[in-house]
Design a protein around this ligand. Structure first.
Ligand code: IDP
Ligand code: MG
Length: 128
């Protein structure tokens, strides 16, 4: 089954402690290292605790991104997480992998020991 990496960012969790994982953040956002907002993005992402999780389901990468909304909350529809809870692009509350391949990389980075194999008993009532 397809998997995606989901992380509620520090403002989603509502701050408190200094983050300890700059190296992680640099790797996680390595593809954005040439962007002018990269240093600010790293400061933001290590500024407090995050909630990291793996979601699993049919087309979950695309569906997860749809539920999250556009990168800029200004462009996110009401009903999406960013549309409902965020205002600025640099404080957009939640992350979701953008492709199956990046999900695989991000899950490996954040969960090097692997993730639990779990299946809901509702599975047959959700999937035909
Ligand atoms: P995504 O999170 O929707 O996949 P990316 O382009 O991968 O968007 O950018 C990663 C994160 O970098 C965004 O979620 C946002 O927090 C931050 N970011 C992107 N563009 C900007 C910008 O122009 N200014 C400030 N932060 C930005
Ligand atoms: Mg992205």
């Amino acid at each position: 089954m397809e998997q995606t990496f989901i992380m509620i960012k520090p403002d989603g969790v509502q701050r408190g402690h200094v983050g300890e994982i700059i190296a992680f953040a640099e790797k996680h956002y390595a593809d954005l290292s040439s962007k002018p907002f990269f240093n600010g993005l790293l400061d933001y992402i290590v500024s407090g605790p995050v909630v990291a999780m793996v979601w699993e389901g049919k087309n979950v990468v695309t569906t997860g991104r749809k539920s999250i909304g556009a990168t800029n909350p200004t462009d996110s529809a009401p009903g999406t997480i960013r549309g409902d809870f965020a205002i600025d692009i640099g404080r957009n509350v939640i992350h979701g992998s953008d492709a199956v391949e990046s999900a695989r990389k991000e899950i490996g980075l954040w969960f090097p020991e692997g993730v639990a194999n779990w299946s809901s008993i509702l599975h047959p009532w959700i999937y035909e």
